[in-house]
Ligand binder design. Structure first.
Ligand code: MRU
Length: 354
């Protein structure tokens, strides 16, 4: 693995397959540096996912698929059974990185299915098919985000101010974004809009990523700390909230970055509609409710230190660091997908569209 620093700011892509290398925009270094993390092995990809070089549910799925394609190229087995067994090992390794975003497991399954469906072909051809499939997942994700934008922009009126939490933008996806994709689409329709971005402690995806991404795009953004959301809602300054999701249960309960639930509760208290934007690949049709969503517990150092550098808590203090929370379906006005916007209770109907 090598790290290449680029001094350019414009036209970044979150993830790209480039000549047998998976190149990820290093999101741990944004907004101060635009740097690419170059993965030459599937272990590099797994490390990139685990350490948040790439993050956001759809982007994690794309990275996982590219990781499998990368690993598959190095498999030496001569027959399909041996090849597939090795592929499963790669998939397991990548699948052990982050437990909450279901897109990761969705992408790994899709890659295995594609290999199995082509098992009669020479292994050299299957390896190429896997690379193509991972690129297809990337392209489909961008298309899904654009469709989500078209379906969701109706909820944003000219002059609205939108509150968002974490980063559900181009950086969290193949491009364009889910929640930020809806905001982009409203802007493209010519609506005057403003965004309030929660900083999103502890990892600061809102401050470091959403603020940066929206400024790059010329979208009016105001950064606030997480505990200011209620203040601005009470003042009548927020018209609607839109967030992304990492996993949505059959009943419409939605897991997203820690703090999302607090935003949803505040929004309900103030009569502000709260929307979730996510592709169908984020819906886990196998679980009946949000109680079944595994919540990742991350390193306490994310809480005790700012950006891993400045210590802000006493050494050895007890720390809890759940990375996600679940917003119950009844708090969500609509779930915006690439197939349309749905009441959370109707989301299970998309089961056949995966
Ligand atoms: O820990 P992260 O940064 O991967 O968490 C990301 C989020 O919670 C996003 O809001 C979510 O994945 C939606 S991304 C389109």
């Amino acid at each position: 693995m090598s790290i290449v620093s680029l001094k350019i700011k414009a036209m970044v892509s979150t993830i790209e397959w480039r000549n047998g290398v998976v190149s990820m925009l290093d999101q741990t270094r944004l907004p101060l540096e635009v740097t690419y993390f170059e993965c030459k092995t599937y272990q590099d990809v797994a490390k990139g996912i685990k350490e948040l070089v790439i993050r956001g549910a759809p982007a994690i799925g794309i990275a996982a698929a590219m990781g499998v394609a990368l690993g598959a190229r190095d498999i030496n087995s001569q027959d399909f059974t041996g090849f597939y067994n090795e592929m499963e090992k790669i998939s397991k390794h990548i699948g052990a990185t982050r437990p909450t975003a279901v897109n990761l497991f969705w992408a790994l399954e899709r890659m295995k299915k594609v290999a199995a469906a082509n098992k009669e072909k020479p292994l050299s051809v299957i390896k190429e098919i896997l690379v193509e499939e991972s690129n297809r997942i990337l392209i489909e994700d961008i298309e899904a985000n654009k469709a989500m934008g078209r379906h969701g922009a109706q909820f944003i009126k000219d002059g609205n101010t939108i509150l968002t939490h974490c980063n559900a933008g181009a950086l969290a996806t193949g491009g364009y974004g889910t929640a930020l994709g809806v905001i982009r689409a409203a802007k493209e329709e010519g609506k005057e809009i403003k965004v309030y971005a929660d900083e999103t402690r502890p990892v600061l995806q809102g401050a470091r990523l959403t603020a940066w991404e929206l400024m790059e795009d010329g979208i009016n953004v105001t950064l606030i700390t997480d505990n200011m959301a209620g203040y601005f809602m009470k003042k009548g300054m927020i018209n609607l909230c839109i967030v992304g999701a990492d996993r949505i249960a059959r009943n419409g309960d939605a897991a997203n970055k820690i703090g999302t639930y607090s935003v949803a509760v505040l929004a309900r208290e103030h009569g502000i509609p709260f929307y979730v934007a996510a592709p169908v690949s984020t819906i886990d049709f196998t679980i009946p409710s949000g109680e079944h969503i595994p919540i990742e517990e991350r390193n306490p150092a994310e809480v005790s230190h700012i950006c891993g550098k400045i210590q802000v808590a006493p050494a050895k203090v007890n720390i809890a660091n759940p990375a996600f929370d679940v917003t119950p379906a009844e708090y969500i006005a609509a779930i915006i997908t690439e197939k349309g916007a749905f009441k959370p209770k109707d989301i299970w109907r998309l089961q056949d569209k995966v």
